[in-house]
Design a protein around this ligand. Structure first.
Ligand code: TRP
Length: 338
């Protein structure tokens, strides 16, 4: 895991992460992933990709995939991920991702890939579309990470098993062919906050929630955000206290507030001493709106300036390709390709 003194001694460690363009991002994604991306950008050399090839495993409607990819790239910029410091790009623009996937496939045991619980879950949820790409999804992730020699990979806990596979494959390849890949470490969000549905605090906040009041979408207009918080499920007590087990709804609101303000939940609890639930909901909504409004404004400006976004996308692809090419050439040489 990250360790400040270590980082100071060896500057310019490399970070890689990616988000799939599968539709509207939620406040949960912002707190769980994006905030971490922004923090890491301050210290490390970061590569952040829109993982469009991963999305293809679900065979999305082509026009929708295209729109979601462009939207997510614009959102990366709107968040404040900085193309001057970080390499921001679209995965499919760098063909080495699929090329390395093939080589890694040949160094991944069928049995170890078959153990991936996300594959099992997804297969059960969509039995009509269990394709080979879905099975190979973690190997494509490994290729993403290993191409850039990433030291650290910020990921959600649901991806930890894929990172373990990446490490195993990297170590196996290095043992077979000589030191080639950096063996990466996972970085789970520092605040550790997992954000739950406002409508049902027992489940993770997700855009595919059955209840439209459950997820706060990053592009929801402020009045919609405020209304979702007003409807947030709490409990039948009246005290604002951080107690995820007994008071999941109230604790979720406190966790959102604390994460966005970068404070401890104990401090958040103090901020609401004596407040009732209506006041809690409206102040948390205000904080959320104050964080999202500037992002939404920048996003709208970028959406109106397609040429600049396209040009930044190309620059990112060029920078990423140059780094990926170096790794790929080495890999091909190591395995004996002429
Ligand atoms: N599979 C990841 C997710 O859905 C996204 C992803 C693709 C990724 N490639 C990656 C994350 C490489 C970290 C590193 O969350």
């Amino acid at each position: 895991m990250l360790n400040e003194s270590n980082a100071a001694e060896k500057p310019q460690k490399i970070v890689f992460s990616a988000i799939q363009p599968t539709g509207a991002l939620t406040l949960g994604n912002y707190i769980g992933a994006v905030k971490n991306f922004l923090a890491l950008q301050e210290e490390y050399k970061c590569y952040y990709a829109v993982a469009d090839l991963h999305s293809v495993t679900a065979n999305p409607e082509p026009a929708l995939l295209r729109k979601n990819t462009l939207d997510l790239f614009a959102l990366f910029l709107a968040f404040g991920l900085d193309p001057a410091r970080s390499t921001l790009f679209v995965q499919s623009h760098v063909p080495f991702h699929t090329a390395l996937t093939w080589v890694l496939n040949c160094n991944t045991a069928f049995g170890e890939a078959k153990r991936m619980t996300q594959f099992k879950d997804k297969s059960q949820k969509s039995p009509q579309n269990v394709n080979v790409g879905l099975f190979d999804y973690p190997v494509l992730m490994a290729a993403d990470i290993l191409l850039y020699k990433a030291d650290y990979v910020p990921i959600g806990k649901d991806q930890n098993q894929h990172l373990e596979l990446t490490r195993a494959v990297a170590e196996r390849f290095n043992a077979r062919y000589g030191a080639t890949f950096t063996v990466p470490e996972g970085v789970n969000p520092r605040c550790g906050a997992k954000i739950f549905s406002l409508a049902n605090p027992a489940v993770k906040m997700s855009k595919s929630d059955d209840n439209p009041s459950g997820p706060v979408l990053l592009l929801d207009p402020p009045d919609v955000i405020a209304a979702k918080f007003r409807r947030a499920v709490t409990d039948s007590e009246t005290v604002v206290r951080y107690d995820p087990k007994n008071k999941p709804g109230v604790s979720n609101l406190l966790a959102i507030y604390a994460s966005l303000l970068d404070i401890k939940t104990s401090k958040a609890e103090k901020d609401f001493e004596g407040a009732d639930y209506a006041a809690l909901k409206s102040r948390v909504a205000d904080v959320v709106i104050s964080v999202l409004e500037p992002i939404q404004k920048r996003y709208r400006e970028l959406a109106a300036d397609k040429a600049s976004v396209a040009s930044l996308m190309k620059d990112g692809a060029d920078k990423a390709s140059a780094a990926a090419y170096r790794t790929m050439s080495k890999v091909y040489k190591r395995i004996g390709l002429v």
